[in-house]
Each structure stands twice: as C-alpha cells, then as structure tokens.
Write a protein that binds this ligand. Structure first.
Ligand SMILES: Cc1ncc(COP(=O)(O)O)c(C=O)c1O
Length: 430
C-alpha cells in the first residue's frame, strides 16, 4: 500500500466516533502508546509500528527548519520505500541520498508497482564491481545516479570494470571533509574523505574533469560533528556547543572557498550538506544548495538530544511480556536490537511505555530476552506489551519485515495497514 502524508489537516480531523484528536497526539503519552498497543493487538510480537501523524509532523517540521532549502532524504535512515516515496511527494523534499549502489540501482530501475527515482546521489564511495558494471551498462540508471568519490583510485576501479569508451558517462560528486581540525585538539568529526583544504578539493576536481567518461556534477560536505551530535544530552553539553560553534565558523569559510574553487572547474548541479541535527545551520550557509536528512523522520531516540528540535516518536516496536521474575520485574521476548556505532548505553533501545521501566545493568537488552525493572512492571501481565524506541532511525527496518501503520483515528486490530521495509521486500543492502 502507499502512504499519503498530505493533506495537512488529517491530524485534527474528527474520528469516526465524532471525537477530535489532538494535533500532537504524542504529547499525551498515555493515549498515544495505548492507541499503538490497540492498533497492533492482533499482530504477533515483535511488532514495529509507524505513527503516521508523528511521521507527518516530523517531515513537515524538517521542511520548516530547512527554511526553503530542499532536503534530500537519507534512505539509510528510513529503509522503507513507501516512506521515501511519501516524503518525496511533500514540497520541500527532492532526491535520495542512497547508501549502497545496489540499493541506488534498485530505487532507480522501473519495476511493476514501484516508483523509479531519477535523482539519486550515492552518499558513500563504492567498490561493488557487479553493481558498477550494471551502472556502466545502463544509460538510464547512469543518468539517475551520482557516485561519490574522494580519491582517484575510485575512478580507476570504474575504468577497470568498464572502459570509458564502452560505458555510459558516470556522474560524480566529490565528498570533501567537513570535520574540524581543531587547534590543539586535532580531528573532530567523522573519518571519511582525505580531501579537506580548498586546494586539495580543486586538484581532485581538475583530475576528474580531465578524465573521459566522468562528469563532475556535485559536492557533498557532511558536518557530522554538528548534525549528528546532540547538544542537549546532559553532561558535556557546554563543550559540545563550544565545539559546534567553532566548527561551524571554520566550515562556513572553508566551504565557501571550496565551492568557489569548484565552480571555476565544473558547473556544479548541487552542493549538499548537513543532516537532521543541523538543518537550520547548514541551510543558512549560502554555499549550500541542498540539505540531507533522514533520521528526523522516524526519529530514533538518539535524535531526542538536540535543543532546536523535538521530533515525535514516529517509529517504535513492541515486545511481549513472557514472564515475571519478581514483582517489579517483567521479561519481554527479544530486545537486543542495538544500534551501530560505539558500544555505549545510548545505542541500546529505550523502553518507553509503560513509562519508568529500565533494563538490568548486567543484561541490557538481550539477544532473546530482556528483563525490565520498575514500578510499572507490577501492573504488567504475561501477554502484555512494552514499547521500545530504537536508537537509530533506519536500523529497526533491518529487524522487521513490516511497519504497521497507526494514526490518531486507528481503531483496534487495524493490522492490515502495513508497509514493507527493505528487508520485507527481500533486500538486505547493509
Ligand atoms: C553523508 C551523510 N549526509 C547526511 C547524513 C545525515 O543523515 P540523518 O539526517 O539521517 O542523520 C548522514 C548520516 O550519517 C550522512 O552520512
């Protein structure tokens, strides 16, 4: 089924029984999570749900935050085709930032019952020989997909797979390092592109444009140390805010110089920057023509820790209570859907409803079982459900085949309204 995030008025419309629902139903957690529980009560656990009002709110809030600069959707943070399609139908969104080349080819290729996307930027370099061969042999896909490079070795690999004269022209964007080389502190940001200084980026651009079979069309600079680092997470916030201010100031000048240099070398179609956590800031950089964001749509709980926005908990999963080891402890089946990144507490799924439950320090969220302690456990019985939020937004989709859709007018047992995840469509890209 498809998903429609318009019209805007849906969330305040009257329910079939005549009652009006609040514009932000998640502000009343009791009825929000109760509605989720009722809507999937007939579905066996573990079950993942997607609240359409919350997704709509998040999607539109990001458009407002972007201040008129188009947003490219980071598909890794969604991994549900119907959600990508629905978000891209909203004004303010344009194009996909894909995470693997097989995924980009899948999204770009016309198929029965699936929309073919024609503006896909691969956000990361690829060394997938089979996928590169498929791209090189397909003029349509090659016109729709832009590859990301930061090293001529990536171009050499493409040439070795398909010689320039024997292939479609390959669209290329440069990933330039947006991290901060802080005086006295060193590298702050992700370890990705080796090209950092304007001169290094210009040299790479000249080398790309000098080679047959490639067309340089874009630049991406992702400031992870700002976009992906919450500034309202508790201890250390003052240091984080200081770092982000300094890094943003440095990046503003450097990105302007890089873009000015590149525009003398090739007519750029786009300069991409930012992520969910930096939409306002990156949009205010006049060198940037488009933003990327994805996490803020489904809102993994890592995105709760920012001062400037407050996403609605759109995606969540429910696990069944299967035993009661003590009066204030219940055990649910499953739970250990830990997010990627450093193995720290924040990467664990968060039990969110009933409120006040916490995992046991020695067990955490377990492979098969997760004990949860708290006063709320006293009222839970075998067969009841506990709701969790995943730390990251896209990774939950790797654990379930479907999201069950819920909205503020959902009744009980509306289990038939589902959207398949990439996994549910038989696709495991990463
Ligand atoms: C290249 C790139 N751009 C943007 C983003 C931001 O994505 P999101 O909004 O999902 O955090 C990411 C996330 O890691 C990224 O790798």
């Amino acid at each position: 089924m498809s998903l429609d995030l318009l019209p805007l008025a849906t969330s305040t419309a009257a329910a079939p029984n005549g009652s009006r629902t609040p514009a932000r139903p998640w502000d009343d957690p009791h009825s929000y999570w109760d509605a989720m529980t009722r809507a999937v009560s007939a579905v066996s656990g573990p079950v993942a749900a997607l609240h359409v009002d919350a997704l709509r709110y998040n999607a539109l809030d990001m458009v407002v935050r972007a201040g008129g600069v188009p947003i490219r959707v980071a598909s890794k943070s969604v991994r549900v085709r119907a959600v990508l399609d629905a978000v891209l139908d909203l004004p303010g969104y344009r194009g996909i930032l894909a995470f693997t080349l097989p995924e980009a080819l899948w999204l770009a290729t016309p198929r029965e019952g699936a929309r073919a996307h024609d503006d896909i930027v691969l956000g990361y370099p690829t060394a997938d020989r089979a996928a590169l061969a498929a791209l090189a042999a397909d003029e349509t896909a090659a016109a729709r997909i832009t590859l990301m490079v930061d090293d001529l070795a990536q171009l050499d690999l493409i040439d070795a797979i398909a010689a320039p004269a024997a292939r479609a022209e390959i669209r290329i964007a440069i990933d330039a390092d947006a991290s901060w080389r802080a005086p006295g502190l060193g590298h702050i940001g992700v370890l990705r592109s080796p090209v950092h200084e304007p001169g290094e980026v210009a040299a790479l651009a000249r080398a790309i444009t000098a080679r047959p079979g490639f067309r340089l069309v874009g630049l991406m600079m992702y400031e992870a140390q700002i976009a992906g680092q919450g500034d309202a997470t508790g201890a250390g916030d003052a240091v984080i805010r200081w770092m982000q201010r300094r890094s943003a100031a440095e990046l503003l000048d450097r990105r302007a110089a890089i873009v000015a240099g590149l525009r003398d070398i090739a007519p750029l179609e786009f300069v991409n920057g930012g992520g969910t956590g930096s939409l306002e800031l990156t949009a205010s950089d006049l060198a940037v023509t488009e933003l990327t964001a994805g996490s803020g749509l489904l809102a993994g709980h890592l995105f709760d820790g920012y001062r400037v926005f407050d996403p609605a908990p759109a995606a969540a999963f429910a696990l069944d209570v299967v035993r009661r080891p003590a009066p204030d402890v219940v055990t649910v089946l499953g739970g250990g859907w830990i997010a990627s990144g450093p193995a720290v507490d924040s990467r664990q799924p968060a039990p969110v409803w009933p409120a006040g439950l916490r995992t046991a320090p020695r067990e955490g969220a377990g492979e098969v079982q997760t004990p949860l302690r708290g006063e709320a456990a006293r009222d839970l019985r075998v067969g009841d459900r506990v709701w969790f939020r995943h730390a990251k937004s896209g990774e939950l989709a790797e654990r379930v085949e479907h999201y069950h859709l819920v909205d503020s007018r959902s009744g009980a047992n509306e289990a038939s309204r589902t959207l398949p995840t990439y996994r549910g469509e038989g696709k495991a890209f990463l």
